[in-house]
Design a protein around this ligand. Sequence first.
Ligand code: FAD
Ligand code: NAI
Length: 474
Amino acid sequence: MAKAFDVVVVGGGPGGYIAAIRAAQLGLKTACIDDAATTDGKPALGGTCTNVGCIPSKALLQSSENYEHAGHQFAEHGIDVKGLSVDIARMLARKDKVVKQNNDGIVFLFKKNKVEFFHGRGSFVKTGGDGVEIKVTGKAAETLLAKHAIIATGSNPRALPGADFDEKQILSNTGALAIGDVPKRLGVIGAGVVGLEMGSVWRRLGSEVTILEALPDFLGAVDTQIAKEAAKVFAKQGLGIHTGVKITKVTVKKTVVVDYTDRAGTAQSATFDKLIVSIGRVANTAGLEAAAIGVKLDERGFVGVDDHCRTNVANVWAIGDVVRGPMLAHKAEEEGVAVAERIAGHHAHVDFNTVPWVIYTSPEIAWVGKTEQQLKAAGVEFRAGVFPFMANGRARALGDTTGMVKMLADAKTDRILGVHIIGPMASELIAEAVVAMEFGASSEDIALICHAHPSLSEAMKEAALAVDKRTLNL
Ligand code: FAD
Ligand code: NAI
């Protein structure tokens, strides 16, 4: 006999587990199915983000940055460190501990909110008057009946044709987060978010890192001025970034040999001890049997949804990486909450224009809204204000004055259209811009607000003042 629920969520990543919690909070009888497991077979709730994405990458970014600071920046503060060394095994164990804390946290949240969890793989069987029938295989073999089903099955790393992931020499994000010894020569294909973050980790720990990027421009989706600054800083740090390359062959022996043509079209070859392939991700619908209930995928394999995350089948919804839009944990979460609210009969809205992006390199890069090049292409008249961290007192005290805050505001209405930051704590600073844009603020609104001194946030106020050409500290 099938177990009946108001809502069954397939996938326990940030989209799925948050949707399940919110649905349960709204009084709906809710279940969540997730198949991820720890090495000893226990549930590993939290999806890509918790297990092999956001959380472990930030743990390693922090550890490697601490190491770099101890080696290169402490001396300036009068702190001498002798005999500095790094224990990678301990660093990875700390990362695993942080991941486990997050896994366990979600199990606790499910219990607290009375979400029934099924550890196994979910696949659709049929849909009809009684609801959607979902089979769970694995530890928790069950059949569930759902009035509403939410697909939150996430994404998988895209492999380079002819170079499958073996996670020993050719690494996806999973292998890149678990390298046991610092590789002498580390190759990275793709100068996107994963490539830059993982490349930064292993460079700080001692690898010679070469990043090969297909597109001619570096960080094409980022505001050009910020991307140019980033290219300069990363080159100075020693990340060897080559754009406009075409990979022709990858040969795995004791080493990994990558043949490619450079931006001038000249044939090149590079030899690496390990190769990270980070060329984007594909929707994960394998084994879901979406066709069994008639759910349509789009031409790229994503589950087709409207603006409200409805699929073409009544009462079947889809959220997060498996649908269109940015592959970001907080975007998945917002969609999850909105869908739970809609199922409960409430109004819900996700503002895709104010989804922030962060690249957790050092300096961090963060932005929200439109870039200068997008505004120009759309023919929108704007005023730009830029303020460098070099002129910010707190940045000087921190010893971290790289970068700037750039604000773009409508030339007529002064409404903020985009904010772009490269610099210390950009991931935290961008929140002010998100709030401002969500409330339809003008650059003058930010300029009129009292910001604590000395703080990095004063750079946001100064960038707003710069829109009106009246900075105070520059
Ligand atoms: P996922 O997190 O992929 O979760 C899907 C879950 O469903 C998985 O547990 C999967 O095993 C399970 N599943 C799939 N099919 C089935 C099935 N049939 N039955 C049962 N279970 C199933 N985003 C950020 O916002 N900030 C970051 O700092 C960040 N860092 C990242 C770093 C890396 C290295 C990577 C790879 C990604 C990062 N991301 C980051 C992106 C973020 O991880 C994803 O956007 C987010 O995890 C998507 O959430 P989701 O719930 O849609 O899917
Ligand atoms: P990405 O889309 O960020 O970058 C992929 C890069 O690879 C692009 O620059 C692309 O031009 C390049 N590329 C594609 N094919 C190539 C080829 N054949 N040869 C050379 N270069 C090629 O994808 P990435 O880095 O794999 O990350 C996947 C997603 O995960 C991101 O888009 C992001 O949504 C998410 N993520 C988010 C993070 C964050 O929020 N801080 C951190 C890491 C990942």
